[in-house]
Design a protein around this ligand. Sequence first.
Ligand SMILES: [Zn+2]
Ligand SMILES: [Zn+2]
Length: 535
Amino acid sequence: MRTCASCPATRLAGSVSFTAQGSLLRAQGAKPLAASVTLEGDYEVTMQGRAAMHSRFPATLRARDGRVRLVLRIPLENYVVLALAGESADSSSDAALQAMAVAVRSFAVSIAAAGKRHAAEGFDLCDSTHCQLLRFDDLAPPRLRAAAEATTGELLWYRGEPATAYYSRNCAGTTEDAARLWPDIVAPYLRSHPDPYCLVHGREEWSVAIGKDELAGALRDAGVAGAGNRISSLRILGRTPSGRVARIEIDGASSRVMSGEQFRTALGRVPGIERLPSNAFEVSDAGERLIFHGNGAGHGAGLCQAGAEEMGAEGKSYREILAFYYPGTTVGLTAQGLAWVRLGGEGLDLLTTRPDADGALLPRAERLLHAAEAVAGWSLATRPELRVYPSVRVYRNATGEPGWVAASTRGRVVRMEPQEALRAAGALDSTLRHEFLHLLVEGRARAEVPLWFREGLVLYLSGEDVTPANADAAAGRVDFASLERALAAPVSAAAQRSAYRRAQRAVAGLVEARGRAEVLSWLERGLPANLTASQ
Ligand SMILES: [Zn+2]
Ligand SMILES: [Zn+2]
């Protein structure tokens, strides 16, 4: 346990209990009050009203408004297993579990990226059904772990962004349009559609009776104003196209109209009152009590877990399950589903999702490509493609490149961040020149030509930031093996810049010692033995 980032760690023997005093924490038996406490190692936490939680994830305890908050830092793949344990433990189909693994992972990534739900409270996701229910259980069935592993890192993508993959227990034959439940959601993959799969086992009918006084009290407890002490009647005012309650009127001392989802969630927050499993229900008045008859369970948007189970039992794969419940999305490790428009130029194709904004980039790119060909003295054998991503986030999602890499080249494809981002950094032309030189160099290089030579040659040809040549490389005093490692997996922007400079200097030194024509010819002939021996 530490009470500040630079404080020494205290080994906890036995248990310590924490209480909150305003925004300060007090550890029982200890005098000092701290704003936060971090926990490392293996520990168990017990909190009022819930089972003991065993964890090895780094944790921070904070006090807020007289309550203690525990925030865990959980790697995504571990999170997926905890969420499967909370949301899908009773699943018996491996394909359905794998589909859920992709859904819970995408949902978490999408919610965290949006930064709306809990960002103001200092964390990404809560551990209740509000976000996704987590279950910390050392004895989680190995099947859950296997489903996460079988889909490691896979997300559902829609137009280059991770999909907000809502799911629910049982849609009873028709999934719900998410925009009906949460009007601010724009997710065309969450539209209402028939689900023949869950219907195989019936509509899962239910009925719940709630006393009128009890209901009034529950709504009051849930912070719904105007319900008064007594409810005289409930009226369903409208239904969504899928048949779920859209609006409901509560008459009592005064009258109040709520959305079906607000009504159901308000009741769900009150302990001791029976929950309504879904808002696909009818209400009847039985004097002192109201009887709710309904079917299905959950909000009904996105994947239907009962239907996914049936699809799995019928031999469908997790990809087929995801395609059925989230139409229009694509499963993959990196951003998929961008609506590319191809603009053909004389010497290259420009692919963009915003042709109006990026059209003017095409002549500029052509000019820079010709200049690169002139500098190298070669021309490209294949027609290159320049892909301009619509945002830095989508670029990173799609390419897996770290934040400090503005563009990259794979085969004949140059991929770049939006031109606005590069312009702002004053790096649009230099970035394109660099990548086009890579196309030329990669197009000629034999497979075994090392990275440091390719990168150094591109930098040398680009003529930028010319560093004084030195004879290190020619004399074999450069540690090429470590330079190669630094270029293959740079750990930071600074490390990459430094490796670039070393590679550039090495090639410049070689050109000075052996002549430009000979050094360029090594791309096709391979490097002399004295330069490759140290790798
Ligand atoms: Zn939440
Ligand atoms: Zn269903």
